[in-house]
Design a protein around this ligand. Structure first.
Ligand SMILES: CC(C)(COP(=O)(O)OP(=O)(O)OC[C@H]1O[C@@H](n2cnc3c(N)ncnc32)[C@H](O)[C@@H]1OP(=O)(O)O)[C@@H](O)C(=O)NCCC(=O)NCCS
Length: 148
């Protein structure tokens, strides 16, 4: 069965799967759960999922930071599906949506352990590493418009 990327809203039946994936990949390993703040932001976010059938394999969210700058957050791919192009397919899909909606830049507060993935997707590191929730992070940016 092929993998398809889709934009969903928080009322979509797939959204609960997105939340579960985020929690299991990004939160629970750090002994955390999604905060109320984070859940409040979900209303304002644009949610993208990669699905096979009705099964969510991966997701990120795009949150508007400035009128033309979108924050790419909460990128997670199910462990058994990693290294097969699901993450890059999702980023490419989100970029297409962002360009169509007049965004010129992507920003990410990314885990250093995943920085190579973002570099492959053409993000570039900015500034020094810092620690958030006990995990080394980096700010990365991709000026999409300058490449068009
Ligand atoms: C990071 C993550 C989203 C990547 O998704 P994925 O589906 O495995 O990525 P892809 O298969 O599309 O990989 C694209 C490229 O990035 C590379 N890559 C992916 N994850 C990587 C990692 N953690 N470290 C180094 N390189 C990585 C792949 O090797 C591939 O390179 P190639 O094009 O030369 O073959 C996924 O590994 C994940 O969910 N990790 C755990 C959660 C996490 O760290 N999220 C990011 C928080 S900022």
């Amino acid at each position: 069965m092929t993998i398809e990327c889709r934009r969903i809203d928080i009322h979509d039946q797939l959204f609960q799967q997105e939340l579960d994936l985020r929690d299991s990949v990004l939160r629970r390993p750090l002994g955390r759960v999604s905060s109320c703040d984070e859940q409040a932001h979900d209303n304002d976010g644009n949610h993208f999922v990669a699905i096979r059938g009705r099964e969510v394999l991966g997701c990120p969210g795009l949150y508007i930071k400035w009128p033309c700058v979108a924050l790419l957050r909460l990128m997670a791919v199910r462990e058994s599906e990693r290294g097969r192009g699901v993450g890059s397919q999702l980023v490419a899909f989100a970029v297409e949506w962002a360009i169509a909606n007049r965004f010129g830049e992507f920003e990410g507060e990314v885990r250093v352990a995943a920085a190579k993935f973002y570099e492959r997707c053409r993000f570039r590191a900015e500034g020094a590493e810092y620690v958030r929730h006990g995990v080394p992070h980096l700010k990365m940016r991709w000026k999409i418009r300058s490449e068009m």
